[in-house]
Design a protein around this ligand. Sequence first.
Ligand code: I6G
Length: 693
Amino acid sequence: MSRAASHAEAAQRVAQLRGEIAAHNHRYHVLDAPTISDSAFDALLRELQALEAAHPDLVSADSPTQRVGAVVAGGFAEVRHDVPMLSLGNAFSDEDAQDFFRRIADKLGRDDIAFSVEPKIDGLAISLLYLDGVLTRAATRGDGSTGEDVTHSVRTIPSVPLRLFGAEWPPVLEVRGEVYMPRAAFEAFNQRARERGERTLANPRNAAAGSIRQLDPRIAASRPLAFFAYALGRIEPDATWVQHTDMLADFRRYGLPVCPQAARAIGLDGLLAYYRRIGDARDQLPYDIDGVVYKVDDIAAQRELGFVSRAPRWAIAHKFPAREEQTVVEAIDVQVGRTGAITPVARLRPVQVAGVVVTNATLHNENEIRRKDVRVGDTVIVRRAGDVIPEVVAVVLDERPADAVAFEMPNACPECGSQLAREGDEAVLRCTGTGVCPAQRKESIRHFASRRAMDIEGLGDAWIENLVDLGYVHHVADLYALTLEQLLEMKRRADERDGVVPETVKKGKVASRWAENLLAAIDASRKTSLPRLLFALGIRDVGESTAKTLARHFGALDRIASAADADLMSAPDVGPVVASRIAAFFAAPHQREVIELLRARGVQWEEGEPLAAAGPLLGKTVVLTGTLDALTRDQAKERLEALGAKVSGSVSAKTSFVVAGAEAGSKLDKAQALGIPVLDEAALLALLAEHGA
Ligand code: I6G
């Protein structure tokens, strides 16, 4: 829309944009089913921002541009809950759950009772007040009667609608639910914090609570929080829902996120089956839970059952085993990873954590161990969540033995004796014995053989240890030169060394099936794909996704191996650090030799054409800003990429030029400040036409 848009036109477009943005936001953050690209979404948001800047009277609190507001001065205001925020009773066993069910069945005089059931998210309980469909206030539970006003933080959570969808909602609607940090986001946050030597968050629950209880809303906005609605507070006029599950269905219709695992269960058997089903899925769920909640579905029956002290008689939380337990640190060792990274590991007195015996927990790096001050002999809280390695959350200082001494990191690699060194301001110490350190070699081979890399079935840790320790394999290419005789000899020597009576000799015949199987698995891995091979090589910071991107972008290994940093950065998502890691990897003669040997020993992968091998804009980084008339942002991006350019979202000194459409904002200002060339739409079209794109 041009600058000359009338106020009425602007108001109409603003309303339309807000509706579209809210709907896209909901699809992305609640339904997990986006229908437009991130850049197209950004363009809508920018258009709205520009219109609001031109017409400040059109700005309103429910606008998606207003999620992050000002810092709250003078601390949190108190909020009295008109309807108290209660807590739930707990069931710690099937018997407790059975007692809960029995009490209800006896009172209602029947057994075929339907329940609304859902996971109990480990987060922070929050009450959201919507007046005339607009989010007006958000408060913590506090003591149940009085909480804290955290509206400024909760508004920043993308899945919380600032305005309810449709027009069917009650004019006064208070919705209760849980703010939480998805587990992947929590892990990623901590990983980044560790790399930067910053403070980590203890667990997703503390992460949610700590993020919301901040006076500066930018802190909550910078953390990936989410919300699930599960209960009702105040409502006017009175609710007409017959069943709790009807209410949840309406919540969904209003655009409020409701846990996708919420369901209905009948009778005690139904409850316990749900408990087991969610318990089995617990490690795979994207959020942390500490149990499941059962609620009598029929609201009239809820009323009949009433409350005991401050908890409903019609609902209960059936708890899972805790994720965190206490145990004692018996020793602290350091492990050497594939890239030489040194990780201190706590050897623990064995403890059951959520159904699994834990004997080791990572202490991550020197900074972390120092910050937590974990010592041998300490009683510690260990946490195990999902598939991630258990970690030490904190020390129970009251239980520290008087003679416990602070841990000192070694100066030399415990495996090869090489010096340990830190790169730049990295928190991680690394073994400098690349190529010679047996621990690094074993880890590289383990990674190379892993399922998502070369997928060599049966090449387990014990074989890798023996193959390296007994000198049969020095690097990954040696796997492809192994013979049956060598494997059998290795086994015999390992048995001898370990004083084991060889199991491989049975009835006077050498059992060789395992070795044949292993050789067959190694052989089967010879035929692979470029992304798998790239990932398998174990280049630092090149995970599966970057390997795929590189393969798609360059099409062939040699092109990647000979690319300069700037060329590597023309691949999407490859920044300067990753580019330098890739270049350094392929610059090492040892790595080139290994790749040649892999080829010579029959490892094959298909190669193809690069995406934009000879593009005239190869090595150029372009930033698009503002609105273009003739092209959508996606079309412009696609055509620029076809010419070899990398299209980036932010302006920096590395930007080659900026394309500024109508109502370009701060990116244009920044480009001008940095003296970066700026093209208008006509110049872009001319450039594209010149190169036939
Ligand atoms: O603390 C809670 C967690 C989950 C709840 C709750 C819930 O439902 C899934 N429901 C109620 C009614 C209350 N607390 C009071």
